[in-house]
Design a protein around this ligand. Structure first.
Ligand code: AMP
Ligand code: MG
Length: 344
């Protein structure tokens, strides 16, 4: 399959990209589109066959449900059967934006989209290109991250080109993604609100608005064998480069001593800004220790970069898990397959 990459730099390019993408979506085809979180692989959420093509193109396990994207509130009743009061409050405050809300679903949403669950994940993205494409298509749009399943999510168009050329008819270039990690996922389908995946909309911000929110154990821990995942995506090893990733807890001095003593080729470090001194291995900084937004933005790009460099092992300074840091921590523990190194 030939893959066309559409630019959106000039008004004429933008117009052409949006027209082409919306047309392909109405025809049941796939398009990689920019959003403010990561690039999404879009298809008509109400068309089981189109949704099936997403799973095939990504190599995604089909028990992992997709998020349905809408451009305005009028589209919500098509996919959500009921909107609890707390969900309404969250939408008013955080939509459009990087927040996905799990709600009871309507019968129109096919099982292929929800992986047979009786709930549906819904988000209204704020990215102007995503908004324009969804609005012009006139459809609710299913869109998981536009990467091959298991590899780091795409935060730049080149990542989509690397993963999906020949697998999709079109990729829309919207530049680098603002947040760089996937949306926050919260369920309001059960009795108590529960955070299923941390993102740029933080637990703290949401709790201020709607009161207590439980944090699903899968956010910070590996699921026990045999346990049922509340959010099926959380059970997979994820976001990972080919290198082995290790999360290192402890002081920077301890980190240097440990990493410097490692032997062999292909050892890399991922550190905080200003920390490369004293380290005798190649190191990349992913933001200041307190700058979680920056860390989120840099995370997946760096993980992909290690692959290009042929890294064998990557040692990462462990981020603090508060605010947006919880999202960074959540992605890194999966990239590291839950292996920590505790120093001092
Ligand atoms: P992605 O599309 O790759 O950003 O992943 C979507 C995330 O939302 C995955 O972790 C899914 O398991 C989760 N998800 C989607 N729909 C539901 C649902 N109905 N209930 C629980 N989790 C969901
Ligand atoms: Mg994904």
């Amino acid at each position: 399959m030939k893959t066309i990459v559409y630019k959106t730099d000039t008004p004429a390019e933008l117009h052409q990209a949006v027209e082409a993408a919306a047309r392909l979506l109405r025809q049941g085809q796939l398009v990689a589109i920019p959003t403010e979180t990561v690039y999404g692989l879009a298809a008509n959420a109400l068309d089981a066959q189109a949704v099936g093509a997403i799973f095939e193109a990504k190599g995604r396990p089909n028990d992992n449900p997709l998020i349905v994207h809408i451009a305005d509130m009028e589209a919500l009743p098509q996919v959500a059967a009921r909107v609890p009061e707390k969900a309404r409050l969250l939408m008013e405050r955080f939509w459009p934006g990087p927040l996905t809300i799990i709600l009871p679903r309507t019968p129109q949403v096919p099982d292929a989209t929800t992986a047979g669950l009786d709930t549906v994940a819904v988000r209204m993205p704020s990215h102007p290109v995503a908004q324009a494409i969804i609005r012009l298509s006139g459809l609710p749009i299913a869109a998981p991250s536009a990467n091959l399943s298991g590899s780091p999510s795409p935060t730049e168009v080149q990542h989509c080109i690397d993963d999906l050329t020949g697998r999709v008819p079109a990729i829309v270039d919207g530049g680098s993604c603002t947040f760089g990690v996937e949306s926050t996922v919260i369920t309001l389908a059960g009795e108590q609100p529960r955070l299923l995946r941390p993102g740029a909309v933080t637990l703290e911000e949401m709790q201020q608005l709607i009161g207590p929110i439980r944090v699903d154990p899968a956010v910070t821990q590996q699921l026990q064998a045999g346990a049922v995942a509340a959010s099926p995506g959380m059970k997979y090893k994820h976001y990972s480069p080919k290198a082995r990733v290790y999360l290192v807890r402890g002081s920077y001095q301890g980190f240097c001593s440990y990493v410097n003593a490692l032997e062999g080729e292909g050892v890399y470090a991922m550190v905080f800004d200003g920390e490369q001194q004293g380290l005798q291995k190649p190191a990349f900084a992913y933001g200041a220790q307190q700058d979680h937004l920056r860390q989120a933005q840099e995370l997946f790009r760096l993980l992909r970069e290690f692959d290009h460099l042929g890294a064998r092992e990557v040692y990462v300074r462990c981020p603090d898990a508060d605010g947006v840091g919880l999202a960074v921590y959540n992605r890194l523990i999966r990239a590291a397959a839950f292996t920590f190194i505790d120093l001092d």
